[in-house]
Design a protein around this ligand. Structure first.
Ligand SMILES: [Ca+2]
Ligand SMILES: [Ca+2]
Length: 211
């Protein structure tokens, strides 16, 4: 029993975040899940105060969305997907809502790993609604602003052979750029908040990944 516990603790230390393994096409609208459920791919390192839970407070589609809230002074809320297919090109889509009473910054990242050295595409929407992307030289650039307390759609397309990513917000192209590194992504992840700060939240709905 003790051995099993030790192995479990070791596993939790070595794998602080568990990724959901997905194939394409993948889509999740959260509508067949129960409100309050913590989704299996959502993990917070040693701290349960930052969570990603199914919510029926707001929805872009159906009755539910995913509420990502960061109330930890040690971490942020995160969901991770490990992409099992080799994707030379593809499209990520999602809908996002930033509530003005507890606005959060959200990051959507594609990478060969979950560390910043593996990033291909790194876009963020700040708690003020500013949309930023990371340039190939790794500097940040702000491209446009969206309103709080409203749903917005984001579409990110990439093509490794063309070394290009395109970002559409509410159907309009806002970025066309080279990839930070020209490789196939193995991870798609969303992060909300920041490690030390608290009181930041967002809602996501209709997450999909297609070729
Ligand atoms: Ca939904
Ligand atoms: Ca935090």
């Amino acid at each position: 029993m003790k051995k099993h516990l030790a192995l479990l603790v070791l596993f939790m230390v070595l794998v602080p975040y568990l990724s959901a393994e997905i194939n394409v096409p993948y889509s999740e609208n959260f509508d067949s899940l129960a409100p309050g459920d913590e989704i299996s791919e959502a993990r917070v390192r040693g701290d349960e105060t930052s969570t990603s839970k199914v919510s029926n407070s707001l929805a872009y589609s159906g009755g539910n969305s995913l509420y990502m809230s960061d109330y930890s002074t040690a971490d942020s809320a995160e969901i991770q997907y490990k992409i099992l297919d080799e994707l030379a090109s593809g499209t990520v889509k999602y809908a996002i809502y930033i509530p003005s009473n507890e606005p959060g910054t959200n990051y959507c990242t594609l990478g060969t790993s979950t560390s910043s050295s593996g990033y291909l595409i790194d876009v963020s929407i700040t708690s003020a609604g500013n949309i930023k992307y990371r340039r190939p030289d790794r500097g940040l650039e702000t491209v446009t602003k969206i309103s709080l307390d409203a749903w917005h759609t984001v579409e990110i397309k990439w093509n490794t052979s063309a070394n290009q990513f395109i970002m559409m917000v509410d159907g309009e192209k806002v970025v066309q750029q080279g990839l930070i590194q020209n490789a196939y992504p193995s991870y798609l992840f969303f992060k909300t908040g920041s490690n030390s700060k608290t009181g930041q939240a967002i809602y996501l709905d209709d997450i999909s990944l297609t070729r």
